[in-house]
Design a protein. Structure first.
Length: 161
């Protein structure tokens, strides 16, 4: 079994978000410089390596780039709704207007909250999906770490076999 850990200074994204704390309480809008790293475990394939690192780095970088300099909104929260027009997205918390943002600065994610846990699940799912579409691998496990501040990192693992 081999484990390849890919971590680069460039695997980061700067985003704003707020977490829903309860049906009546939420954090204020704030931002983080998120850093991610990914570990791939598996057996060597015929050509002598786990997988070409350059291809994996491209997938990780693309995932980060899609979230960079965006406002992240939890699209599956039961407490948030939104209205969109050609220029703006208006966010409502329990039916009351909360924020109005330029549409091109917002990503509505298919997650319940913008916690590190939910973001990690989203990122890992996205990376796995991109790998499975483009890469034939022998991975048995993928782990993703996400840090929103120095000294605070969450790790999620997914067994593939």
């Amino acid at each position: 079994m081999y484990t390849l850990k890919i971590f680069k200074e460039r695997f980061h994204f700067c985003s704003a978000h707020f977490c829903i704390l309860s049906n009546r309480n939420k954090e204020n809008l704030h931002g983080h410089n998120y850093y991610i790293d990914v570990e791939f475990s598996g057996k060597k394939i015929e050509n002598g390596f786990l997988y070409p690192v350059a291809d994996l780095k491209e997938i990780i970088q693309s995932t980060c780039d899609n979230l960079d300099e965006k406002i992240l909104i939890q699209g599956n929260s039961p407490y948030l709704t939104n209205q969109q027009d050609n220029e703006y997205i208006t966010i409502y918390f329990n039916g009351k207007m909360l924020y109005k943002f330029p549409r091109d600065e917002v990503i509505i994610l298919p997650i319940k909250n913008t916690t590190m846990e939910c973001l990690a699940e989203y990122l890992l799912t996205n990376i796995k999906s991109n790998i499975s579409r483009t890469i034939n691998t022998n991975f048995s496990k993928i782990s993703l770490g996400i840090a929103e501040t120095q000294g605070q990192k969450l790790i999620i693992e997914h067994q593939l076999s």
